[in-house]
Structure formats: C-alpha cells, structure tokens
Design a protein around this ligand. Structure first.
Ligand SMILES: [Zn+2]
Length: 350
C-alpha cells in the first residue's frame, strides 16, 4: 500500500484583462507539491498563450552559425582531445583517460568536487536531440560507471556520485560538443542530500520504500506513466523541477556499483527516446542528473533515479528560464502539464 500523496492546491486570480476587452478575467492556478521533497511546481493554463515568449523556438540559422564558429577551436574535435585534455595520474587510470569507442573520459580542468570527470560523447561536434543513439549513450554511461568504480576503489571516502549533463549553452554548457560530467565527493550536493534524507524519513514513517511506492502508484494511475525498460521505470514528474521533467527510477538498485549491462542499456535506450521526444517538441537543450545512494550501501532506503529536463532553446539573447521564482523561491512553472507530456512521450517509447 503506497503512502504517497499527490498534493494539489488551487488559487484564483481575478483582474480586468485588456487582452479580453477589459473584461473581468478569472484564472485558476494549480500548485502541486512533489510527494517526497515538497518541491512546488505551478500550473496556470493561461500561460500556454505566453509559451512563444517564455520558450521561443530554436533559431536554426543562429545555431548553425554558433556550431560553425566553435568547431575549429573545439578541443575535442578532430582527435584534438588526445593532446588538449588533461589526464588522471596513471596509477589511478592507466593512460590517464578512459576510452570506449567514440567516448573519452578525462578530468575537468576546473573541478567542483574531488572527482569531477568529463566524458566526450562521440566525435560529432553537434548533435540534434534526435541523434543521440543508444550505442553512444551506452558507451558514455559504461565509461562513467567504470570511472566511479575506480574512484571508490582508490578512495572509499568518496561515495556520493551523480552523472550529469548540460547540453548547449542555454543549459549551462561552455562547450557545444556533446559531453556528460561525473561528480563525486565525500558528501552529497544539496538536492542529492535532500533526496537521501527524505527517502529515509519516508521509510521510517511508512516502513516502505518511497521509490517502489512511487513506481507502483504511477503505474497504477497511468496518467503520467511512460514506459518500463528492463528494470527502469520512466514517467513524467508530478511536480516537475524544470520544463518537461521525465523521472527515471530503478527500484532494484541503491547505488551505481550495483549497475550492470542491464541498467546501462536501460538508461541509454530511455534517454535516447526521451531526447527524440524533446526533438519532436522542438526543444534543442537539456540537463540531466542521475543520482545514486552512497557507494558503501548505507543509503538502503534510496533507489537510483534520474531527472531530465529541457532548458531554453538556442536563440540569440535568450531570456533565462531561471529567475527569482526558480533560483530564490525554489519553485518551478509548468508550461506543459505532465499528463500531456506523458501522453506524447509514450508514442516514442513504443
Ligand atoms: Zn567539437
């Protein structure tokens, strides 16, 4: 029996609206709270009319220009990574970098944690979101997990890892060339810590695992459910932490060291399909973070999960999608209702 509550509160705003001939307008606002973190996400159906201002389409000509301008100086293209990227000490990683087909892992020049690696995802300088093949993502995640294993073997104090991505500059990437980042340290980041803590609290209160309960209830309700790939479960987040958030849950694995080929294949296949769906929605950027419990197995109430979201499309002088509401009030706005997102996504997961 799941103890999950999908909290939804309504508010009404009333004003004379010049866009409706000065007539009294009544707008219904829904504020949802994430069942675990209590993170709030707000939906006002009227915002759909403002979508072209809030999230304008990608400017393809501008994007082409940015790709061309950055290609010649890209330190990853044309095998330049061999000379231009840093290397780990050889006793930690023989040869200094991990190479797997078209994927290369090397240290971040400006690390944010004790272990902060970058993975070049393929030789191509730019990929539209419908060109992230399963095999390429598979190689990227395999090399990431190999790195995480090596870190924990070398330094068992370093047990909190995430696998992350910024794609294109509106999503925070300083490099056009597709890449992901692995971040590992002796304590978790703020959101990671919140997930671990609230998972523990939920278990202590209900004597059941939040993530197993979430999968069970979302699967039963069906309206936000997208698909099951192997032992991974894909769904549209009830209270999304960013535009079009898809959540992935592995109810059988607590941490990355428990991942094998099955889990790697599932994340690669599902992410490839999710990015294809985003492409069909005319989105060109994304962030994802994949969370693990502590590698020593101490977070037995947590399960591996991943969040993937869109960011602003590539346009010149784009308006940021992180302003006071997101950065300081810590809430988010839904443009697409999660139930409609799931409906669309299911077509691409068939
Ligand atoms: Zn490049």
């Amino acid at each position: 029996m799941a103890h999950i509550i999908f909290n939804s509160r309504k508010q009404t705003a009333r004003f004379f609206n010049p866009l409706k001939n000065g007539e009294m307008d009544t707008q219904e606002i829904e504020i949802r709270s994430d069942p675990l973190t209590k993170f709030q996400s707000v939906f006002n159906p009227a915002l759909k009319d403002k979508k072209s201002i809030l999230f304008p389409d990608t400017d393809e000509n501008y994007l082409d220009q940015v790709i061309r301008d950055s290609m010649d100086n890209c330190f990853l293209c044309q095998e330049r990574w061999q000379e231009k990227t840093p290397s780990y000490p050889y006793e930690f990683i023989p040869g200094g970098k991990l190479v797997n087909h078209d994927v290369v892992l090397f240290p971040n020049l400006f690390p944010l944690a004790a272990y902060h690696a970058v993975v070049m995802v393929g030789q191509k300088h730019y990929r539209p979101l419908n060109d992230f093949p399963v095999s390429l993502l598979h190689d990227a995640f395999r090399v990431s997990l190999e790195f995480i294993r090596r870190c924990f073997d070398a330094d068992p104090q370093v047990k909190y890892f995430t696998i992350n991505a910024n794609y294109l500059f509106p999503a925070g990437a300083s490099l056009i060339h597709p890449h992901i980042q692995i971040l590992g340290g002796p304590f978790p980041t703020t959101h990671h810590e919140l997930l671990l803590r609230e998972s523990k609290t939920y278990f202590e209160t209900n004597n059941t695992c939040y993530w197993k309960d979430l999968v069970e209830i979302e699967k039963r309700l069906g309206e936000r459910w997208v698909a099951e790939i192997g032992k991974s479960n894909w769904l549209a987040a009830y209270a999304p932490a960013g535009p079009n958030e898809v959540q992935v849950i592995w109810p059988e694995t607590h941490h990355f060291l428990q991942w094998g080929e099955e889990e790697i294949h599932a994340v690669a296949k599902g992410l490839s399909k999710t990015l294809c769906s985003y492409h069909e929605m005319k989105r060109s950027t994304f962030n994802f973070s994949c969370f693990s419990g502590a590698l020593d197995g101490s977070d037995d109430t947590f399960r591996c999960m991943l969040r993937v979201i869109n960011r602003q499309n590539v346009t010149p002088h784009y308006r940021t999608d992180g302003y006071y509401y997101q950065k300081l009030l810590g809430s988010e706005i839904m443009i697409e209702p999660p139930e409609e997102l799931a409906l669309l996504m299911r077509q691409y997961f068939r």
